[in-house]
Design a protein. Structure first.
Ligand SMILES: C[S@@+](CC[C@H](N)C(=O)[O-])C[C@H]1O[C@@H](n2cnc3c(N)ncnc32)[C@H](O)[C@@H]1O
Length: 284
């Protein structure tokens, strides 16, 4: 039988060959997952053999990773803000960069007890709106998405983190099924990759993550145009529109917001890697 140590060495080499950029870490996380041990537990018992049941499960997961399936789909979860969010195929894996959007909104709404009404367009796993509701205990949220997988996933995450009493989830293409208005905040990380750029994304992303969550049309701006057009009718005067953007989209977003004539000049916030990542504007 294969020991933990042998499994780690053999698997890291298999995964390196298949193109993983983090083969040792992937091997370790997969081994932890099937054995139910944490990293220290695995390293502390290198001679422990995998049972045949563990081995066959492990081999299957390694095979999935060899085909560039993202680790978050294989493990079924991804850390974001203070949560371990459930993730599944068909739903975008939340990115660490997106935490900059949450931080930027919290920087503006410093009163954590404010009774804000927040709308998230394209809720995915619920990463953004659940983080905001967690930080602001009197806030209420509405999260919409067109993907049934995303809505089911967000619901599971809301329940698992006891936030389901303050979050309503609904199927809607952007504002189509949103009859409410007077929101304090409208937030979105819409699909923003140019259609032609999608095949050039990393294999993990291009082959496994849903194009519905990625494809922003010919210039990557389709969703932003639509949302900027309709958001003024749904925001309170002075209400905040907050977007995540691609690193090279700040000028386009500034222009779209200016041309709409309904918003204050856009403020751009950078992520931890110093890339433009967030656009903020208030309704006039
Ligand atoms: C880039 S993902 C963001 C997901 C999540 N907010 C996050 O940050 O991890 C974009 C989301 O928008 C959703 N979406 C795409 N087109 C939509 C539409 N017309 N109306 C509502 N949601 C849409 C996708 O299903 C996806 O969940």
């Amino acid at each position: 039988m294969l020991t933990y140590q042998q499994a780690l060495i053999e698997t890291a080499s298999r995964l390196k060959e298949s193109g993983s950029t983090t083969p040792e870490l992937d091997a370790l996380l997969l081994l932890c997952h099937v054995t139910g041990k944490d990293r220290i537990g695995v390293y502390a018992t290198p001679k422990e053999p995998l049972t045949s049941e563990e081995y066959s499960k492990f081999d299957n997961l390694v095979g999935r990773r060899e085909k560039a399936e993202p680790m978050a789909y294989i493990l079924g979860e991804k850390g974001f803000w203070e949560f371990d969010l459930k993730v599944r195929k068909g739903v975008l894996i939340p990115r660490p960069d997106t935490e900059s959007l949450v931080e930027a909104i919290l920087d503006i709404h410093k009163d954590r007890n404010a009774e804000l009404n927040i709308l998230e367009l394209g809720v995915g796993t619920g990463a953004i709106i659940l983080s905001l509701l967690h930080e602001m205990p009197n806030a209420k949220g509405l999260g919409v998405d067109v993907s049934p997988d995303a809505l089911a996933c967000a619901e599971e995450n809301a329940e698992a983190n006891n936030l389901d009493d303050r979050l309503t989830l609904r199927a809607s293409s952007w504002f189509d099924n949103v009859s409410e208005d007077g929101f304090d905040v409208i937030v979105s990380t819409p699909p923003y990759i140019r259609t032609d750029d999608i095949p050039n994304l990393m294999r993990d992303v291009a082959h496994h993550e849903p194009s519905l969550a990625l494809d922003g049309g010919n210039d990557g701006l389709d969703a932003y145009r639509h949302i900027i057009d309709e958001a003024p009718a749904k925001l309170k005067a002075g209400g905040l529109l907050a977007f995540e953007i691609g690193y090279d989209q700040a000028d386009d977003l500034k222009k779209l917001l200016k041309d709409s004539g309904n918003f204050t000049p856009a403020v751009i916030v950078k992520d931890l890697a110093e890339h433009d990542r967030v656009v903020l504007a208030h309704r006039l």
